[in-house]
Design a binder for this molecule. Structure first.
Ligand code: ADP
Ligand code: ZN
Length: 214
């Protein structure tokens, strides 16, 4: 199984891909998580990426395609199925991915689109907290829990630096311009599976699994 998951920032694709990863025993690559960990390490890639991410802009395609190539090679060599969260985000990235997979004779199984209305997305992102330790994501619409700790592992919760109102609005703009066209691209390739991202986490996940089984 080789999956990608698409959707606007705040659609819940990170949460859903974590669940799919567990249920279907896949490897997962989240390019956003990967870049944030590079930023924490202050590596050259991290330092470059930070300038773009803090503004809600995309990291250049060439950088992302190189990183992805390393992971795809690794997953394929190990014979593992995988889900990509946050890649591809532009047409050149999608084309590079399809080319890589074609060369490896490793066809993509599906592109999952998690569909959510724009107003909902803004509300979710401004209330989103992430665990520094296990990367779990929480939406606290009525404020943080008293101990301000991750309910899964007790780690420290933080708000992503790009979850500020102005940055969120730019990320949505960038999504519309660069990533939304991929919906049609994957539709034409007969790979698109669309699921509503509104409702509870469990039922969204069940819908995704049902659609994938088809
Ligand atoms: P979200 O989808 O909620 O905006 P992500 O964690 O997927 O969050 O991405 C955060 C940021 O990381 C993006 O705004 C972008 O700057 C950068 N990024 C992640 N993946 C890519 C990619 N494939 N191409 C370019 N930039 C990326
Ligand atoms: Zn945690």
């Amino acid at each position: 199984m080789r999956l990608i998951i698409l959707g606007p920032p705040g659609s819940g694709k990170g949460t859903q891909s974590d669940i799919i990863k567990e249920k279907m025993e896949l490897e997962k690559l989240s390019t956003g998580d990967l870049l944030r960990s590079e930023i924490n390490k202050e590596s050259p890639v991290g330092l470059e990426a930070k300038q773009f991410m803090d503004k809600g802009e995309l990291v250049p395609d060439a950088v992302m395609i190189d990183i992805l190539g390393i992971y795809i090679d690794k997953f394929e060599k190990e014979g593992k199925g995988y889900i990509l969260d946050g890649f591809p985000r532009t047409k050149p990235q999608a084309e590079a991915l399809m080319k890589m997979l074609k060369e490896k004779n490793a066809p993509l199984s599906a592109a999952i689109l998690v569909d959510v209305a724009e107003e909902k997305v803004i509300k979710r992102l401004t209330n989103r907290w992430t665990c520094k330790n296990c990367q779990a994501i929480f939406n606290y619409l009525d404020g943080l829990p008293k101990d301000e700790k991750c309910s899964k592992c007790g780690g420290k919760l933080y708000q992503r630096s790009d979850d500020k109102k102005e940055t969120i609005i730019n990320r949505l703009k960038v999504y519309k311009k660069n990533t939304e066209p991929l919906i049609e691209y994957f539709q034409q390739n007969d790979l698109l599976v669309t699921v509503s991202g509104e409702g509870n986490i469990e039922s969204i996940m069940e819908n995704i699994i049902k659609l994938l089984e088809k």
